[in-house]
Design a protein around this ligand. Structure first.
Ligand code: NAP
Length: 269
């Protein structure tokens, strides 16, 4: 019996019948992940604070039954209610992709408490909030996939983004601890760690470099791409394919890992 055939459902798509939530699905990496999971047959709920980008992503998804919910992942009770409402429409949440995040930079000595708290809250507490909301359902179902979009900044340090680095290192610590807790529950928990990826978030970093150094935007992008041994920016689809693979039946043994998608920039997860 082939693993591929064994892992498919009657529709022929491996994630058919699975309700997947992708946070931050209105742009960049989250949009690419939503497209990939829909391609693999999942039914999607897209989460973000702005409705128009979520609607735009939703319109591009293959398959049917998808929807979106406008919610802020930093609101512990609010996101739990939003995911509960989505589960009432599309069924128990089987796949959670904690992708929503933000990256702001400042030298450590000039990092305000507001910036520090903002980075910790959106990148780390937001991941906890969404996970906390879906975990009991996954444990009851004895099946689940949680993928946290961390960063190479969760594996190594970068100057001038200490709050972001601390938050993403926290996401990886959370991933590892949770993986041990749920290892016997049929749930896998992993982190995917992109390097510099061509998205609106990276555009913000490029604008910052341009403003602070007077260099051109192309020059700033070339410098960022040069940190990748492949000499290119990671594409959102590169990240999405790794996430899709982690969600497939047959990926059960990949658990508690932090997988760089960075062209070789960080060699060990
Ligand atoms: P992006 O295009 O800016 O996407 C971030 C998404 O998160 C947006 O759609 C945003 O939508 C949503 N979001 C932000 N705060 C939120 C909140 N409080 N509640 C709900 N949704 C929220 O950036 P991206 O590059 O695709 O980033 C996606 C993830 O990859 C992030 O976790 C980021 O740290 C990580 N990452 C990115 C790179 C890179 O170079 N681009 C590298 C490593 C890791 P709304 O504004 O509508 O809420």
């Amino acid at each position: 019996m082939s693993l591929t055939l064994d892992s498919k459902t009657e529709t022929g798509l491996p994630l058919s019948g699975r309700h997947a939530v992708v946070t931050g699905a209105g742009s960049g990496i989250g949009e690419a992940i939503a497209l990939e999971l829909a391609r693999l047959g999942a039914t999607l709920t897209l989460v973000g604070r702005r409705e128009a980008p979520l609607q735009a992503t939703c319109a591009k998804l293959t398959g049917s039954g998808h929807g979106h919910v406008v919610a802020d992942i930093t609101d512990h009770d609010g996101i739990a209610q939003a995911l509960d409402a989505a589960a009432k429409i599309r069924g128990p949440i089987a796949i959670l992709i904690n992708n929503a995040g933000a990256a702001k930079s400042a030298p450590a000595g000039k990092t305000s408490i507001e910036l520090w708290n903002e980075m910790l809250t959106v990148n780390l507490t937001g991941t906890f909030n969404c996970t906390r909301a879906v975990l009991p359902t996954m444990q009851a179902a004895r099946w689940g996939r949680i993928v946290n979009i961390a960063s190479t900044a969760g594996l190594v340090g970068y100057a001038y983004v200490s709050a972001y680095c601390a938050a993403k290192h926290g996401v990886i610590g959370f991933t590892r601890a949770l993986a041990l807790e749920v290892a016997k529950h049929g749930i896998t928990v992993n982190a995917v760690c992109p390097g510099y990826t061509d998205t609106p978030l990276l555009g913000g970093a490029v604008d910052n470099i341009v403003a602070k150094t007077g260099r051109s935007s192309d020059d700033a992008k070339t410098t960022l791409a040069a940190s990748n041994p492949q000499g290119r920016l990671v594409q959102p689809e590169d990240v999405a394919r790794a996430v899709g693979w982690l969600c497939l039946p047959g990926s059960e043994a990949i658990h508690g890992q932090s997988i760089p998608v960075a062209g070789g920039e960080v060699m060990a997860g």
